[in-house]
Write a protein that binds this ligand. Structure first.
Ligand code: ATP
Length: 584
């Protein structure tokens, strides 16, 4: 049985919830302080405040009071799961109607139209005031933009956009996405990797090219890597980008947010000057950032939000893209919804597409069947004790990749070495333990060092060493990858950057770590030939549908899952739900 840290001051129901691991000390203390400041002494209200704080910490925007009894104890990512799963805690939940009535009567809680107070109760949803305000800002701007008149698509703009091959039929989702973005003030284009999102952006921009008055276009994303990648791909596809002023940056840089503060240059009183704002990887955008962006976009600016709502959400609060995509009304035009879903993955093979689709729709039985019959997608039992040598497919993939990377690195070809590094990747959900990146990365390196001369025997660097940058600086971004290459008799790290390789002395890359395995979170935005995915054990809080879908869709040619059928089923049957009121 796990023991949880319990605040000394906790008593009554709150003590019970702390002991069960439903509340962390930070939740308790914040709630206690706010209750004291508001002179609130009802412990049911204090409990709701603490649970609302907990839910924010875990990514939800609010607490769904009526569904609170379905919440599960808060398990640390790397806590080892108990055999058979954690026992259900026996907790005294207040009856919902009485609980809601106590909240309504509280001096700390306001109603939907009431004055500012620390909390707001809207229906069954209890918000901290700030997040309620951000959610309303997102909703208000989207609804206002949806009511703006749609601009008829100039025939030549649509014709120009669609002129490039391959030709699209009018019923093709890519056609509909181009048409929607050329017509509507706001368009949302959803789709997994390889479904043609970048191709569609390039077509949209071709339709908007204007040689007399080139529109100012922001190509932006939550990370620098994603923004640069979008710009590079769009430029490649456009061929020439005349008639457009393309500017790529992170959302932080676009809005000129002062680091460490909440001040920003662009906002409601000083809107962005851009004619078009295109946001990639929107699934990773938090509620706060989305509210700031929407408040800074002028009504005359065309806004296109792109992303995959089935992937892992923002590491901060909210799942805004999924909320918008699931709502009929939030992003619409006079002619109907302006959310277009691209579903055909042109890059990955059919087995991977079929597996991803069963995960997305929650069909665990079909997923098991596909894996049993599959040749490129397989499930191999791993319970946390088997050595790497017991997995010949994995070791063959590891060796093939390391050999190809090393050959290119010995030849001094850094760009080729980085491309070869994407042949295969070990992906883990956990960072530590038998299922984690640390253990799997070290074991992979040790296994390779026994087979390849001078491979990974010293603290480094060595020819063909794969590296992951873990901190952003002026020139490199957290998540960039690199390979150590022999160049002119020296060892140099070649960093894979969307705008072309960067060469650095490995000694100055303090924040680079060995890249023999990486977390699924870090792999977002990348694709590999084959992925070997280490599934977390049953009971792990990371075992969710979004996590598995993200891992599987990283692959183009093969998915090797290592874990138990029970883990796979639990992942598929556990959609990570973030409570919010957006679009309700
Ligand atoms: N309609 C289509 N017909 C044929 N090939 C297509 C079509 N649309 C896209 N492709 C091809 O599919 C591949 C993936 O397209 P694209 O890069 O635009 O997808 P994406 O959704 O942006 O992927 P990612 O999420 O990885 O950035 C490209 O090689 C592209 O040329």
């Amino acid at each position: 049985m796990r023991t949880h840290e319990v605040p000394v001051a906790a008593s009554g129901v709150l003590l019970q919830f702390c002991e069960a691991g439903m509340l962390q000390p930070v939740d308790f203390h914040l709630a206690r302080r706010m209750a004291q400041l508001s002179q609130e002494s009802d412990e049911r209200v204090e409990l709701a405040m603490a649970l609302a704080t907990r839910e924010l910490r875990l990514g939800s925007v609010c607490l769904d009071v009526a569904a609170a009894h379905t919440l599960r104890p808060d398990v640390e990512e790397d806590q080892v799961a108990e055999p058979g799963g954690a026992p259900e805690p026996d907790l005294e939940w207040p009856p919902v109607q009485e609980w809601l009535a106590a909240l309504k009567a509280s001096p700390a809680v306001s109603g939907p139209a009431g004055p500012d107070r620390p909390f707001r109760l809207v229906g069954d949803l209890l918000y901290l005031e700030r997040f309620w305000a951000e959610e309303r800002a997102v909703e208000t701007v989207l609804l206002r933009r949806s009511a703006l008149p749609a601009a008829p698509v100039p025939g030549d703009a649509l014709a120009a956009a669609l002129a490039t091959s391959p030709a699209l039929e009018p019923a093709d989702p890519q056609y509909l996405a181009v048409e929607a973005a050329l017509t509507n003030p706001t368009t949302v284009i959803t789709g997994g990797p390889g479904t043609g999102k970048t191709t569609t952006v390039a077509r949209i921009l071709r339709g908007l090219q204007d040689h007399e008055h080139p529109p100012l276009v922001a190509l932006t994303a939550p990370t620098g890597k994603a923004a640069t990648r979008l710009e590079t791909s769009v430029r490649e596809q456009l061929g020439e980008a005349d008639g457009l002023r393309l500017r790529s940056s992170t959302l932080h840089k676009l809005l000129e947010i002062v680091p460490g503060r909440e001040r920003r240059t662009y906002g409601p009183d000083n809107p962005l000057p851009h004619d078009v704002v295109i946001v990639d990887e929107t699934s990773m955008v938090s509620l706060t950032m989305m509210s700031w962006l929407l408040e800074a976009v002028a009504d005359s600016t065309r806004l296109v939000l792109i992303g995959d709502p089935d992937q892992l959400e923002s590491v901060e609060v909210g799942a805004v893209l999924a909320d918008i995509a699931n709502s009929e009304a939030l992003v619409s035009s006079p002619t109907g919804s302006a959310v277009v879903s691209l579903t055909r993955n042109w890059r990955s093979n059919q087995e991977i597409n079929a597996l991803a689709s069963t995960i997305r729709t929650g069909d665990a039985d079909l997923a098991l069947q596909l894996l049993a019959d599959g040749t490129t997608c397989t499930l191999t039992p791993y319970t946390g004790t088997e050595p790497l040598s017991q997995f010949p497919t994995l070791t063959t993939d590891l060796l093939g990749c390391a050999n190809a990377v090393r050959a290119a690195a010995e030849a001094g070809d850094g760009e080729l070495a980085n491309r070869e590094l994407e042949r295969h990747r070990i992906l883990c959900a956990h960072r530590e333990g038998a299922f984690g990146v640390g253990r799997w990365g070290a074991n992979a390196r040790a296994w390779l060092s026994e087979r390849l001369p001078d491979y990974g025997l010293t603290a480094g660097p060595w020819v063909g060493q794969p590296l992951l940058i873990t901190r952003s600086s002026d020139t490199v971004a957290n998540g960039d990858t690199a390979v150590v290459v022999r160049r002119g008799g020296r060892l140099v790290a070649c960093i894979d950057r969307a705008r072309g390789p960067l060469w650095r002395d490995p000694a100055v890359l303090d924040d680079a770590v060995d890249l023999h395995a990486m977390t699924i979170h870090k792999s977002q935005g990348s694709q590999f030939g084959t992925v070997s995915v280490i599934l977390p054990p049953v009971g792990s809080p990371l075992l969710t549908r979004q996590l598995l879908y993200t891992a599987v869709t990283r692959a183009k040619e093969g998915v090797r899952l290592y874990g138990t059928p029970e883990s796979l089923v639990e992942a598929i049957r556990t959609p990570a739900r973030r409570a919010s009121g957006l679009g309700r």
